[in-house]
Structures are given as structure tokens and as C-alpha cells.
Design a protein around this ligand. Structure first.
Ligand code: G6P
Length: 368
């Protein structure tokens, strides 16, 4: 590979640690502080056209589909635009009734994923504007879309996506600000979002300091055969992404679930050998997730808690508590995924797996 490891043992670890820089690059030049909004040069749509968008489809595969889920929470809450998230491979063969003012965003790190490319082509054929949220400049999807946004995350070599994911999330937050300010979002609210977005790279930097502790946690659970990842609202996609990271590189079965939905099935899996990772930063659903955590504890399941909150009860019932800095809820996915990326990395390493090139997986899947 042409990209150097720069002293890191693996590309994945390097890319995890590059996230503060990648996030800065994704934000750079995109903040319009004077007007309390964001700037996007390449959407190729006039503000009038953007204002009349009445539905957004976010589509992608794998990790990119997870950032699409984060995008759904963001755009619906702050821009008040109805959003559908679709697996690209499903969207292509479905025939959803869509109004003409629906735009379709393909989210993709590589810009080469066959399913995403095909879904966008099909949507374009039906007369929808297609936009790409993409990392690789000049890639097939970037060229085929009517417009788009680049992540500027730099090359991602590790098969398990890390910095592209957090960069997708921050760009979706910026797009939300942009769409929001064309609609309902006040100047003051826009300004506040800008201030909060600007603090994210430093918060991710701080979150990375849990690396040593996560390595110890990983050593404890490296022989587990099942993991649960549980979170709610903005951190439901984080639970899915944490579970995917573990599956991809350590080959341990893991399920990501909305924490409250656990009682409708996955709770049957809880036993002393099945760790549950709870993503429980301070926020509106904190008490609810806390009671889900109590349920797992009562059934003897070991708990790893990812939290920004100093709560004695968490310390009492969780085997391990990993601290992350506090950020507003809409930005939490970007910070709370960091310990989960590190957890999968250290577990895979401890199990002797090939972290950067896991079996059966490819960095970009160019076949259907
Ligand atoms: C592959 C990779 C994943 C990635 C997915 C989508 O499965 O292994 O890490 O999330 O493709 O890739 P894309 O480049 O479209 O984001």
C-alpha cells in the first residue's frame, strides 16, 4: 500500500487515531458563521430547489448505512424533513411511491459499491436528483450523481470503516444545519449548532484517551462468543455500528439493538458469558437506558458501559465503565463510537485476527 503506517501497527488503528484530523477536514471551509449555516458548493441545486425538497432518501451499505440512520435522526429533528433510510441493495429492486421533490443521497466511502451505484442510477432514471456523500474523489458514484459532498477523510485502507463513518456523521450534521437554516431553524439555533460542531474534533481526541483501558477490557472478553450492543435514539445506530465492527474483524457474533427492544428477544441471550455493551451518555433517554441496563444486570449479564455521566449506580452494576466526553445528543454518535472501534480492534488483535484484511470481506464490494 502507498499509504504509510506512520508507526502504527495497523491501518485501522491509525485511522481511528486520525479521526480528530479527519473531522476537522470535513468541517473546514463549510461553516458560514455570519449566516449561522453551512456551505456546500457541490450540491448543484439552488436554495429554492433545496427548500422545496419534501423527502430525503439516504441509502448505502454496511457502515455507510449506519451513518444514514444517524442522518435520519438529524434531518428529521432539526431540518424537519421526512427521511427514509434504505439499504441500497433493497432500494434498487423496490418501487417505493415517491413524490418528485424527493432527493436521494448515496452515502459511500469508496464511491464504488455496486449496490449503491445501481440504486442511485435507478433513482435517477425515475427522475429524482441523486447526490453522493462520498470519500474517494472522482469515484464512480461521485461521477454518476447529480452533485454531492466529499468527506475529505483521507484514504481509508482498513477494511473496517472508522474515520469515514465519523466523517459521514459530521457531514450529515452540517447538511442538517444547512437544510435546517433554509427552513425552520433560527439564526440563534444555527449559531449554537456551529459552536457545538466545532468542538467535536477535540471531544473525539479526548475520547481516544480510553485506548489503554479498552485494551484491558478487550483482554477480559476476548473469548466471548456473543456480544450485545445496546443504545437508543442517536446511539441506536452506534449500537449497530459497534456490533458490526466486532463481527467484521474479530468474528465474534454480535447484535446491535435499540436498548428497549432487547426485552422482545435478545434478552433471552443474556447469561454470564454474554457481555452487553451499553451506550449510555447523558441525554433524554438516559433513565430509560439505565433501566434496560438493570434488566441485563438482574439476569447476570456482564456490562460494559460507555457513558459521559458520573453515576454511582452505573459503577455498581457495570463490570467496566468507559468514559467519553459530554457533547449534545445529536453529536454523540461521533464520540461514542470511538471506544467501540477500539474495543473491536483490541479484541481482534488479542484473538490473532488479521485486523486490516478480515476474512471474506473486501474494502469495496463492486459486485452485486
Ligand atoms: C464493504 C466494507 C464496509 C463498508 C461497505 C460500504 O462491505 O467492508 O466497511 O461499510 O462496503 O462501502 P462504501 O465504500 O460504499 O461506504
Amino acid at each position: 500500500d502507498q499509504v504509510s503506517l506512520e508507526g502504527y501497527d495497523h491501518y485501522m488503528l491509525k485511522e481511528i487515531f486520525e479521526q480528530p484530523e479527519a473531522l476537522k477536514n470535513a468541517i473546514r471551509g463549510r461553516l458560514d458563521e455570519e449566516n449561522a449555516t453551512a456551505i456546500f458548493g457541490g450540491l448543484n441545486l439552488t436554495p429554492q430547489q433545496l427548500r422545496s425538497v419534501n423527502r430525503i432518501i439516504l441509502t448505502g451499505c454496511g457502515t455507510s448505512w449506519h451513518s444514514a440512520l444517524v442522518g435520519e435522526y438529524l434531518l428529521e429533528e432539526f431540518a424537519r424533513i421526512p427521511v427514509e433510510v434504505e439499504y441500497a441493495s433493497e432500494l434498487r429492486y423496490r418501487n417505493p411511491p415517491l413524490e418528485s421533490d424527493t432527493i436521494v443521497f448515496g452515502i459511500t466511502q469508496s464511491g464504488e459499491t455496486a449496490d449503491t451505484l445501481a440504486a442511485l442510477r435507478e433513482m435517477k432514471r425515475k427522475g429524482h436528483r441523486t447526490l453522493a456523500l462520498c470519500n474517494v474523489v472522482g469515484s464512480s458514484i461521485a461521477q454518476n450523481a447529480d452533485g454531492g459532498v466529499y468527506l475529505h477523510a483521507g484514504p481509508e485502507i482498513g477494511v473496517a470503516s472508522t474515520k469515514a463513518y465519523t466523517s459521514q456523521c459530521i457531514v450529515l450534521a452540517l447538511l442538517t444545519l444547512y437544510f435546517g437554516r433554509l427552513r425552520h431553524l433560527s439564526f440563534e439555533a444555527g449559531k449554537q449548532m456551529i459552536e457545538e460542531i466545532k468542538r467535536v474534533p477535540a471531544a473525539v481526541q479526548e475520547a481516544l484517551s480510553c485506548d489503554q483501558q479498552v485494551r484491558e477490557v478487550a483482554a477480559k472478553y476476548q473469548s466471548a462468543t456473543n456480544f450485545l450492543y445496546l443504545g437508543r435514539q442517536y446511539n441506536f445506530p452506534t449500537a449497530l455500528e459497534g456490533a458490526l465492527k466486532l463481527k467484521e474483524i474479530s468474528y465474534i457474533h454480535a447484535e446491535g439493538y435499540p436498548a428497549a427492544e432487547m426485552k422482545h428477544g435478545p434478552i433471552a441471550l443474556v447469561d454470564e458469558q454474554t457481555p452487553s455493551v451499553f451506550i449510555i451518555p447523558r441525554g433524554t433517554v438516559y433513565d430509560k437506558v439505565m433501566s434496560n441496563m438493570e434488566e441485563v444486570h438482574a439476569r447476570g449479564g456482564p456490562i460494559i458501559a460507555i457513558t459521559s455521566h458520573d453515576d454511582n449506580r452505573i459503577t455498581e452494576i457495570a463490570e467496566d465503565v468507559i468514559r467519553i466526553p459530554e457533547v449534545p445528543e445529536f453529536l454523540q454518535p461521533i464520540v461514542s463510537v470511538v471506544p467501540l472501534q477500539l474495543l473491536s480492534y483490541h479484541i481482534a488483535l488479542a484473538r490473532g485476527c488479521d485486523v486490516d484484511k478480515p476474512r471474506n470481506l473486501a474494502k469495496s464490494v463492486t459486485v452485486e
